[in-house]
Design a protein around this ligand. Structure first.
Ligand SMILES: *[C@@H]1O[C@H](CO)[C@@H](O)[C@H](O)[C@H]1NC(C)=O
Ligand SMILES: *[C@@H]1O[C@H](CO)[C@@H](O)[C@H](O)[C@H]1NC(C)=O
Ligand SMILES: *[C@@H]1O[C@H](CO)[C@@H](O)[C@H](O)[C@H]1NC(C)=O
Ligand SMILES: *[C@@H]1O[C@H](CO)[C@@H](O)[C@H](O)[C@H]1NC(C)=O
Ligand SMILES: *[C@@H]1O[C@H](CO)[C@@H](O)[C@H](O)[C@H]1NC(C)=O
Ligand SMILES: *[C@@H]1O[C@H](CO)[C@@H](O)[C@H](O)[C@H]1NC(C)=O
Length: 826
């Protein structure tokens, strides 16, 4: 683990393991395959060129000679008229019956409809089974005909993948329309139809798997109608697409457009300009799907809804304003435009080979509140939102950095640093490191957001590498003696447990502990009362307990120093060696830090392709672990019996700001990833982090160890003892009586159960409650005592100070200001 080379090798291995296999095949093999594919595409194109409307009519037994449209394919084509009728029905519902004639191109000279002409963007919604599903009989296919030929003969299959089995689920459609004349069909100077590419993501049921398919088709600009189809070996969807058009007008436009664009693509493919063997294949670009498993093919009809244009009377003005808006958001000139409305689509999708028919969920079959078809933003608007959200996130990272810097400045002395938990700061830094990596990665893929992504990543990077790492290094160095002591104790314990060990070591070790243990007072209980060990001796826990106290003071000389000298080199040389060891220790820690970061990143990248339930579970668990960052601090406070390690604005600020991204994804419906809102998970995360904060706060007020049993934690000195003035437990600080100006005052104070001392730091008086024999028995009101005791501090050498005075002093020196006795750390 500590060897950096091993880690680099492991990272490379991980990378190779998790990165997707390249989708390309060797060129030599490819040539003959390409010729074969192009030949069959040319044949299909001829069929497209030479057929007429009505040539494909399964009811009249008229078939096309292209794959998927032949009679002996036995696909469920008898349902096609039903599906078309359903799509027309949706068209009429969306645009109104009076516009039905537009499908036939008869209203060409009438006022254009207010519709978006550029659909580039992503739509989200739900799907349900169509009401006509009952009249569509899934075809009985001869599966052995579709079995792929593997190296050892046909591979038997019993079903296709990308099938739909559930009753409903989620749906996502992503459109892309290129802005070239090549894919646009013009009539005169007016665009009629444009080729469109889409990726449909269907989630089968609530818990089911989700799959994507890439489809190609035609967008009819006048009516907002869209036809899409997959193209695979068994279904030449794009070549037969015009025959599935809703009207003869659409048929002609689609045939003319596709005849041209497909011919162009085939020519490019012949010239080797296209990398892809299947320019219209169902696998998304950049991914290679096993060509062996056949998939369910899809034919999709979509209808864009009219875009509400407020403040303009219906008519041609609406359309021109809308196209102005569309232009303005794409090429901003600074004109003031009304807020951009979202795009809405109704959908009917039909699988001719698997026989399912699904629709987008929404009116008229469902109430609009329940589900309202597919909705989404145009890509430019989506990017604009993403940009402003990123800016907000950058502000959050900046806020984190601000609190972090204040905390760093506050913890500038060894004594304050030694209180801070190394692991709490590590977890915070890991979070920043993760942000850096993820944002850098995303910025590679989303060109439009490169600047805000990189800027935010840089801020997070600065936070982790310049400040986080620096602070960690400081804390690590300060806490090094503490770790060494712990290791030594560990060794001692092991040696004690092994009676056959070297004779010298065991003899030293037991005496050492024997010195400590017999006089050791029982660990203080909930209400710490220092027990007597003789009327006039010093309170016990002080010097004897100290070796076990985890005081991380740089000037601390352990009582068993001679042992260390024995084990290590001579003392003078040892310090140099130790410094070197410390540095190398941090080096290995550094590699471990980045290793953990990279491993988490790779696992998370891999997790994005898991089934949705598993993926969500993974990210929630990751978030939960990350948001546990106060736990190590609570543990450290508890073990060292110290409190107030971190500033309160740091604790509150980090808790709030680090929760913001989770609140965004779990609680904000319109987040840019369209992550499903889950208020329960968010509630759990928020509650968990605030429980930790409350624990920290209670440690500050009630005491660091109030919620654990005292036997679990190593004993530590209590700076806030209950002071008693009786025969057995006289633990009053030195100088109680001398400071009394007059006997009267003293008496008065004594009556109230108080004594007055001098604080040698601020030179003011301290009035402290002191228990006498009787009142001690009564137990007094312990609640008020808890708070009273926080106001003063008694050192092991029995000097008393104001808490604030001594705490301020102890930031710099860990010795008593009066007699230079060493103080256990706070
Ligand atoms: C398309 O059909 C026309 C005749 O209808 C023919 O002249 C032309 O060569 C054909 N084009 C292709 C690419 O087959
Ligand atoms: C269908 O096309 C194939 C070539 O792909 C040809 O061999 C066959 O004769 C055609 N069938 C009909 C009925 O035209
Ligand atoms: C399925 O197709 C295979 C050949 O591809 C044929 O041998 C078999 O008889 C067919 N089965 C049925 C039930 O038609
Ligand atoms: C698709 O799923 C349906 C319902 O589960 C099933 O009846 C049909 O056989 C499947 N089709 C294929 C080709 O796997
Ligand atoms: C549609 O908008 C996208 C994003 O701005 C752009 O890349 C694309 O070229 C546009 N297409 C058309 C046909 O205007
Ligand atoms: C298809 O394109 C060819 C030229 O590539 C043209 O001759 C033919 O008329 C076109 N067919 C149709 C139906 O538009």
């Amino acid at each position: 683990m500590a060897d950096p080379r091993a880690i680099v090798a492991l990272v490379i291995l991980l990378f190779i393991f998790f990165s997707p296999p390249p989708g390309q095949e060797p060129l030599v093999l490819a040539r003959s395959r390409l010729e074969h594919i192009v030949a069959s595409e040319r044949h299909d194109l001829t069929v497209l060129n030479q057929t007429h409307l009505g040539d494909f009519d399964p009811a009249q037994h008229r078939w096309l000679n292209i794959s998927g449209f032949r009679e002996n394919d036995t696909f469920a084509w008898q349902a096609l008229p039903l599906i078309k009728e359903r799509a027309r029905h949706q068209f009429a519902h969306v645009l109104g019956h009076e516009n039905l004639a537009r499908l036939d191109g008869e209203h060409a000279d009438q006022t254009p409809l207010p519709l978006y002409r550029n659909l580039t963007g992503t739509m989200y919604g739900e799907w349900v089974r169509s009401p006509i599903q009952t009249s569509v009989v899934p075809p009985k296919l001869n599966m052995s005909e579709y079995a792929a030929i593997g190296p050892f003969g046909p591979i038997p299959i019993d079903s296709f993948s990308k099938n739909v089995t559930a009753k409903s689920g989620l749906l996502e459609v992503w459109f892309e329309e290129a802005d070239t004349q090549a894919t646009l069909l013009l009539r005169g100077d007016k665009g009629v139809a444009r080729e469109v590419k889409a990726q449909v993501t269907v989630r089968d049921g609530d818990v089911g798997d989700s799959w994507h398919s890439r489809l190609f088709g035609v967008h009819f600009l006048d009516t907002g109608n869209i036809m899409l189809a997959t193209t695979t070996d068994k279904f030449a969807g794009i070549f037969g697409l015009p025959h599935m058009a809703l009207s003869s007008h659409n048929y002609r436009s689609a045939q003319e457009l596709l005849n041209r664009t497909l011919a162009m693509s085939i020519e490019q493919q012949e010239d080797g300009l296209l990398q892809n063997f299947r320019p219209w294949g169902p696998a998304a670009e950049g991914t290679s799907e096993s060509a062996l498993a056949p998939i369910c093919d899809l034919v999709v009809y979509l209808q864009q809804h009219l875009v509400p244009v407020p403040g303009v009377k219906p008519g041609p003005d609406q359309e021109s304003l809308l196209s102005f808006i569309e232009n303005e958001i794409r090429f901003p000139t600074g004109a003031s435009i009304p807020p951009t409305q979202q795009m809405v689509f109704s959908m009917v999708a039909f699988s001719p080979d698997c026989g399912f028919v699904i629709e987008s969920k929404g009116p008229p079959d469902f109430a609009p509140q329940e589900a309202n078809h597919l909705r989404g933003l145009k890509m430019e608007v989506e990017y604009e939102r993403a940009r402003s959200h990123l800016l907000l996130f950058a502000a959050v990272v900046g806020g984190q950095l601000f609190f972090f810097l204040r905390q760093m400045r506050d913890a500038s002395t060894p004594s304050t640093r030694s209180r801070i938990s190394f692991y709490t700061i590590s977890m915070l830094s890991l979070g920043d490191g993760f942000t850096t990596m993820v944002f850098c990665l995303i910025s590679l893929f989303v060109q439009a957001l490169w600047v805000p992504l990189i800027a935010t990543a840089f801020l997070a990077f600065m936070s982790v590498s310049f400040f986080g790492m620096r602070f960690l290094m400081d804390i690590w160095a300060v806490q090094a003696p503490e770790r060494e002591r712990r290791e030594r104790q560990e060794r001692q314990r092991q040696q004690q447990q092994r009676p056959t060990a070297i004779p010298t070591a065991p003899t030293v070790a037991p005496t050492n502990t024997e010195e400590n243990t017999p006089t050791q007072p029982p660990a203080p209980t909930q209400l710490p009362i220092i027990t007597p060990a003789g009327a006039d001796t010093l309170p016990q826990p002080v010097t004897t307990g100290r070796p076990i106290d985890t005081g991380a003071t740089p000037i601390f000389i352990p009582s068993d120093q001679d042992m260390q000298a024995e084990e290590d080199a001579p003392n003078a040389a040892a310090t140099g060696v130790e410094a070197g060891q410390r540095a190398s220790g941090f080096g290995s820690l550094y590699t471990r830090f980045y290793f953990l970061l990279l491993a988490t990143l790779f696992l998370s990248l891999n997790a994005t392709s898991w089934p949705p339930g598993l993926r969500r579970g993974y990210f929630t668990i990751l978030a939960f672990c990350y948001l546990s960052f106060w736990v190590p601090q609570i543990h450290r406070n508890c073990m060292r019996n110290c409190r107030h390690a971190l500033r309160w604005d740091f604790v509150a600020g980090q808790s709030l700001l680090r929760l913001v991204p989770f609140a965004y994804f779990y609680g904000y419906e319109q987040n840019i990833l369209f992550a499903v809102v889950d208020l329960i998970d968010l509630g759990v995360l928020a509650a968990w982090i605030w429980i930790q904060v409350l624990l920290l706060l209670s440690q500050e007020i009630i005491g660091p160890r109030w919620f654990v049993s005292w036997t679990w934690v190593p004993p530590a000195y209590d700076y806030h003892p209950i002071l008693r003035d009786d025969e057995e437990a006289n633990n009053l600080p030195i100088g109680a009586t001398t400071s009394m100006p007059s006997a009267e005052q003293e008496k008065e104070a004594k009556d109230k159960g108080k004594r007055v001392f001098d604080c040698a730091i601020c030179m003011h008086e301290i009035e402290v409650p002191v228990l006498h024999g009787d009142s001690a028995a009564e137990g007094l009101s312990t609640g008020s005592l808890v708070l009273e005791r926080r106001k003063y501090m008694v050192t092991p050498c029995r000097h008393i100070f104001h808490s604030s005075c001594l705490e301020g002093w102890m930031k710099f020196r860990l010795v008593c200001p009066i007699d230079r006795e060493e103080l256990p750390p706070l």
